[in-house]
Design a binder for this molecule. Sequence first.
Ligand code: PEP
Length: 250
Amino acid sequence: MRTKIVAGNWKMHKNAEETEDLLNELIDRIPGDTDVRVIVAPTFVNLASAADHLEFTPIEVAAQNMHQAESGAYTGEISAGMLKSVGVNIVILGHSERRSYFHETDATIAFKTDAALQHDMEVIFCFGEELKDRQSGNHFNIVENQLRDGLFHLEEKDWEQIILAYEPVWAIGTGETATPDQAQEMHAFIRETVRQKYGSDIAENVRILYGGSVKPDNAREIFSKPDVDGGLIGGAALKATDFAAIVASA
Ligand code: PEP
């Protein structure tokens, strides 16, 4: 039985005060004894205070990105060790916005994953095809390549720290969601791809989240699919009522 996970990616939203307000609203709305793992990813500048704020709550905190080096002349960047030092143990890597706007490649994301694992962090590894790939029928190839190039150098033991997030790019922030059957079809394919490389134990245990316009009114049906282990939520994570409703659907 895989624990469901609902993670909120706040992207470049919410200043310090707004972050505190949203966290307080989430603490009020999400039951202390929830059996869903709930994760939020505020911006870098608010991570330390968020980690403090959430310390005695069931809500965990994640970073939206990090650099692969330990430290050095990388202006504007943040390392895994720095995140750990303020109580952040989870990082989202490979988000499609990082891939497209900041030109992150599978190789870069693989290095970042290694750096996070060296610091014993959990990685929410995002991947998914663009609209043109789905329209040309190439979506399974694209997803398999992203998985292989980003993660298939890992050792078996590393997989305890990996959470997969399938996010079809055409569904992110567009209001267009993959149908529950499209999500299930791809999640089953992803699990099978992991099985072929690493065997059944790892494939059955790895959590595969769906991301792409998940909202309170579609979450339950998507999350009910056997290979969907929860969601990575963008827009709807910015409103406490919506996010709490999505958590309750998981
Ligand atoms: C995301 O950015 O990871 C995402 C899934 O966004 P949205 O829910 O807004 O589509």
